[in-house]
Design a protein around this ligand. Structure first.
Ligand code: C2E
Ligand code: CA
Ligand code: CA
Length: 517
């Protein structure tokens, strides 16, 4: 019965999509032959290009100002006074992620990491800019060389540009990328699916070849404005011409194709909504240990699971963020945590569960509303902390009041995946943060290890007076290395335990069973 109903629904939606496609193709054919529409489009592409180039020029002018100011410093390179000067310039400059001091060709210290254990020399070729500056278009970053950034170097200093600086609002139907003027490069800066600037391969930018290029008169950078989905527009025009002669047959074929595409795109978000309504999700808890003899479970991270789902958490969470369902997911996780853990919270007054959240739910107030609705009277707020990924700190100004409010209520705040994005010390300094979770790619033994940076990370934590949680510990060697650092740290990973059911976690928390083998 249900099946038949679903089939009938899909058949009707097929007809509906067919009609929409028919209308769209006809309209687009009309549009194609309409010179006024063409002129408007050209003007809007021109405006978009001018806006991007104006932003590029503004960013680069600010970069030059900052570099000129710190190059003049009379302090000994990387002395306390010098680092303090770099930090105050960093606070002042809007488009900067990090500032560093050069000794010869080597990067010797940065505001984020202090004096480097070993000098860093970028491997990429640089592009000369006016005034003796050098531009590195895709420099591997210090903490994680596989993460790229735009770096500009002056004689004595180096500046990492905040990629978000290259973001400007787009007009409907238009998109843009920024590239080098004289060197075709497979990597350009474009907008990701959240509308945030990041590196993207030109091969993956639809319509890049047909895009219109606008170049800066001051720096060797250009913007290419592309029409979003020009390939589809082109197909639509052809289809409209063919429809005139081939009639309804082609229409049905297009309708079917569009239905398939439409279904593929909406399937995951629709399935998420359905799973939320039908109890398809569950929550598992991964222990977080305080290292020592013996290591002790002090908290746990709540991780969502979709046992019969078509995708792993990182994939469906990204889709939920994109489609505006993330607030409902967090509400489900919080509700489940409160139900699973209430007894434990009452028995262990310091025990805490950390829940992952995203920026949109802070911005739209949905998290605050969920907490107001679900938080039980009499339960201490310190029992639930919130994890926000490092990438989200890009919208720092906007989320600051909400984070402060959460923290003011007593919820500890964690910065997740530290080391995978571009956090600078300056930004973390401004965030109301209690813990930094260090991404597992920074651990010794990982493929991208930079073990020598661990002392610097420990120093950052001490300076900012925040706790450190190392993620992804898989081996005894990793645990031993971190145990010997001489400051209280926390760790999470398969070595101490996989995400597990609430019963298993409670079992491990019973006295006498806390030790991990
Ligand atoms: P995350 O917040 O960084 O969570 C840690 C991820 O690392 C989890 O993957 C966990 O299972 C995995 N992990 C833990 N220990 C180890 C280890 O020793 N080695 C390795 N290789 N991996 C380890 P999971 O559960 O697949 O989640 C992936 C991501 O999806 C999470 O990364 C988080 O960003 C997101 N996510 C998961 N659950 C939720 C949720 O309830 N809400 C939100 N908003 N996001 C969630
Ligand atoms: Ca997390
Ligand atoms: Ca993480």
């Amino acid at each position: 019965m249900m099946k038949a109903q679903r089939w009938a629904t899909s058949r009707w939606s097929g007809y509906l999509v067919f009609l929409v496609v028919l209308l769209a193709t006809t309209l687009s054919a009309l549009k194609a032959s309409n010179p006024v529409a063409e002129r408007l489009l050209t003007r809007s592409i021109g405006n978009q290009g001018a806006e991007v180039i104006a932003q590029v020029d503004q960013v680069m002018a600010s970069v030059v100002r900052t570099l000129t100011a710190i190059d003049r410093s009379g302090h000994a390179a990387c002395s306390a006074a010098d680092l303090s000067l770099l930090r105050s310039e960093l606070m002042r400059s809007k488009f900067t992620k990090d500032l560093g001091r050069l000794e010869g060709n080597d990067l010797a210290c940065t505001t984020m990491l202090g004096v480097l254990p070993e000098p860093f020399v970028p491997k990429q070729r640089s592009i000369p800019l006016d005034g003796g500056l050098q531009l590195f278009w895709k420099a591997g970053l210090l903490l994680d060389p596989s993460t790229l950034g735009v770096v500009v170097r002056a004689k004595r200093s180096s500046l990492l540009i905040d990629l978000d600086a290259f973001g400007v609002p787009t007009s409907p139907g238009l998109n843009y990328v920024i590239s080098l003027r004289d060197e075709p490069t497979p990597l350009v800066i474009g907008l990701d699916r959240h509308g945030l600037p990041g590196y993207i391969e030109t091969a993956r930018v639809a319509g890049f070849e047909q895009g219109k290029r606008f170049c800066s008169a001051r720096v060797p950078l250009c913007a290419t404005v592309v029409q979003a989905r020009p390939a589809e527009d082109h197909a639509n025009r052809q289809a409209a011409w063919l429809l005139g002669s081939a009639g309804i047959l082609l229409g049905s074929a297009l309708g079917g194709l569009a239905l398939l595409l439409h279904r593929r795109r909406t399937a995951l978000s629709a399935q998420i909504r359905r799973a939320l309504a039908n109890g398809g999700f569950t929550v598992r808890y991964q222990p977080i240990m305080r290292l020592g003899e013996p290591p002790e479970i002090v908290s746990a991270e709540a991780l969502i699971r979709w046992p019969d789902g078509p995708a792993p958490p990182d994939v469906f969470i990204a889709e939920a963020e994109r489609c505006g369902v993330i607030g409902a997911i967090t509400a489900f996780v919080l509700d489940t945590v409160l139900e699973d853990m209430r007894g434990l919270f009452e028995k262990l007054p310091d025990f805490r569960v950390a829940i992952n959240i995203s920026t949109p739910e802070l911005l739209d107030g949905s998290l605050a509303a969920t907490l107001q609705r679900l938080w039980p009277e009499g339960l201490g707020r310190h029992h639930v902390g919130f994890e926000l990924t490092e990438r989200s700190t890009a919208e720092l100004q906007d989320i600051l009041p909400q984070l402060e409010r959460l923290r003011g209520q007593g919820h500890p705040i964690y910065i997740d995946d530290f080391g995978t994005g571009y956090s600078s010390l300056a930004q973390l300094q401004h965030l109301p943060v209690d813990y930094i979770k260090v991404d597992r790619s920074l651990l010794p033994g990982s493929a991208r290890q930079r073990a020598s940076l661990i002392p610097e990370i420990l120093a950052i934590a001490r300076r900012l007076e925040v706790g450190l949680v190392f993620e992804g510990l898989e081996t005894r060697e990793q645990a031993q290395l971190l145990e010997g650092v001489g400051q209280t740290i926390f760790a999470q990973g398969w070595y101490f335990g996989h995400p597990e059911t609430p019963d298993k976690l409670q079992e491990r928390l019973k006295p006498g069973t806390r030790r991990c083998e």
